[in-house]
Design a protein around this ligand. Structure first.
Ligand code: PMT
Length: 409
């Protein structure tokens, strides 16, 4: 369990009206276990799923549920609650609640508190998978994230409605752990004036590579570069001098980051080797093609035969090459797996002689390749840490905090 600073932090939990509300009681317990002072605000429909009395008993505070309750407003009104919170967690955040928060409505206590607070707000979506995938919900989430809201989850799996897919609320333990990590990261930031990577230089690879077949065709993969660019932005925000070697992607360069564009795995290796000298940290997030075409055709290949065969040869392994340098940086790899995630990730950690590896299960819908969210299982020789599903920038910050911690041990 991650420890929190000795100064008690105030967590305001907003409970929306979804079936996952039954998990809120456990969430309050888990947050209290970690030393947080917890107050609860419920929507009217949340009270159909769980009683305020249960949450009052667990949190040790009266539960607020109405904007128009003179007694509650006299004790701690919505503005006081909004000011009191160091962190607001909305769990479950239903599709309806997300839409109303996004619209800036002040029609009940949770939405009003979101408008009135200056505290960071973490949303834990919970809804049917089709409702989650709906473009309206996705647009609401994107808009909320662009305004600084943080997304914790959702997880993917079997749902209360019997369907399977993304939209499950994260487990209370995972949400409580994210809250602890949120404050721990904030404390590290505060201690080091928000710059835990000040004075450090970081080299990151991102995106796919393209391996030419002829002048008009290539072999590639679905990497969008979002994860690697999020790492570059987070590292720059944390004070590092960042060099980003990017495969062909359609993304803007994060402010303050030096970007080198490449096409093939060989180009990427060359750019990395030209820039790795004196780097403190290397993160290989690119989805590098393992093979390239042996003999690239000089002219466009014309279709003639019914079948054709391409002879492929192995590409150099950029990550392993960096890890084999005499004066090597702290080397972090990624592992994109569809099954046996831990086994394959640990094998890569050892075989490529890495300091750390961040594994993602790319078979999970809504995560990994070309998605805005991801979840990582991070392994290093003496330990491991799960980073549950969230947006890639939040995840990048969490991974970098882990790197800072392990590197300075
Ligand atoms: O770009 P996004 O759309 O945001 O998606 C993010 C991601 C899924 C691409 C990212 O999170 C990720 O998993 N990146 C690594 C993808 C990959 O190629 O994994 P791998 O298991 O095949 O490779 C293992 C490691 O070796 C990686 O660090 C890779 O960069 C490195 N490698 C692989 C082959 C090679 N020839 N050289 C390498 O350096």
């Amino acid at each position: 369990m991650m420890s929190v600073s000795l100064i008690t932090k105030n967590v305001l939990l907003g409970i929306g009206g979804g079936i996952a509300a039954y998990k809120s009681a456990d969430l309050v317990r888990r947050l209290k276990e970690r030393g947080f002072d917890v107050r609860v605000v419920m929507s009217q429909s949340a009270m159909e799923f769980i009683t305020p009395l249960t949450l009052q008993a667990l949190s040790g505070h009266p539960v607020s549920s109405s904007l128009l309750d003179p007694a509650a407003e006299a004790a701690m009104g919505h503005i006081e609650l909004a000011r009191w919170a160091d962190l607001v967690i909305i769990a479950p955040a239903t599709a309806n609640l997300l839409a109303r928060i996004n619209a800036g409505m002040a029609d009940e206590l949770i939405t009003t508190t979101c408008l009135a607070t200056e505290a960071p707000i973490a949303l834990c979506p919970a809804m049917n998978q089709q409702m989650y995938r709906n473009l309206a919900t996705q647009a609401n989430l994107a808009s909320l994230q662009s305004r600084g809201y943080t997304l914790w989850g959702p997880a993917s799996g079997s749902q209360a409605c019997g369907e399977v897919g993304p939209g499950r609320m994260l487990e209370p333990l995972e949400i409580a752990e994210l809250a602890s990590r949120f404050f721990a990261t904030k404390d590290v930031y505060a201690e080091q004036e928000s710059q835990p990577l000040a004075g450090q230089s970081v080299l990151i690879t991102a995106g796919p590579t393209r391996e030419a077949i002829d002048p008009v065709r290539y072999i590639s993969n679905h990497s969008s570069g979002k994860m690697g660019f999020a790492l570059a932005k987070a590292a720059a925000d944390m004070g590092a001098a960042v060099t980003l070697v990017a495969g062909p992607v359609n993304l803007a360069t994060p402010e303050g980051v030096t970007r080198i564009d490449v096409e093939s795995a060989q180009n990427m290796l060359d750019a990395v080797m030209d820039n790795v000298d004196k780097k403190d940290i290397f993160i290989g997030c690119a989805a590098v093609a393992d093979y390239r075409v042996n003999d690239i055709a000089a002219c466009k290949i014309k279709k003639s035969a019914e079948e054709m065969q391409l002879a492929l040869v192995r590409n150099p392994d950029i990550l392993a090459t960096v890890a084999s340098l005499a004066n090597r940086p702290f080397v972090v790899g990624f592992a994109a797996e569809t099954h046996d995630v831990e086994t394959y990730a640990r094998d890569k950690l050892k075989r490529k002689n890495l300091n750390m590896i961040a594994a993602n299960d790319v078979s999970v819908a809504g995560q990994g390749f070309n998605a805005d969210a991801n979840a990582l299982r991070v392994f290093w020789p003496q330990g491991s840490q799960d980073l549950p599903a969230t947006d890639k920038l939040t995840l990048a910050r969490q991974l970098l905090s882990l790197i800072v911690k392990e590197k300075t041990k």
